[in-house]
Ligand binder design. Structure first.
Ligand code: ZN
Length: 75
């Protein structure tokens, strides 16, 4: 019985590990001019305004909106 649970937990841990690994493989050095969310080139005007920007304007807006919603729910 417990064997079944252990295996489920192991499988879950394995899956989580793989997702983290995938993210790490995807990670690029900051400021390479490519959006880390959509892989599109970040406009040079944005890079000039914010050197090391990791996201294009669209993805950054979405990201900030998502973060604001997440944080906002605490209050
Ligand atoms: Zn983007």
């Amino acid at each position: 019985m417990t064997d079944h649970i252990d295996r489920a937990q192991l499988a879950d841990a394995d899956r989580t590990g793989r997702i983290i690994e995938a993210h790490q493989n995807r990670a690029r050095p900051h400021g390479d001019g490519i959006c880390c969310d959509c892989d599109e080139a970040i406009p040079t005007s944005r890079l000039a305004a914010e050197p090391g920007a990791e996201r294009c304007i669209e993805c950054q807006t979405l990201y900030e909106r998502k973060e604001a919603t997440r944080v906002g729910f605490h209050r």
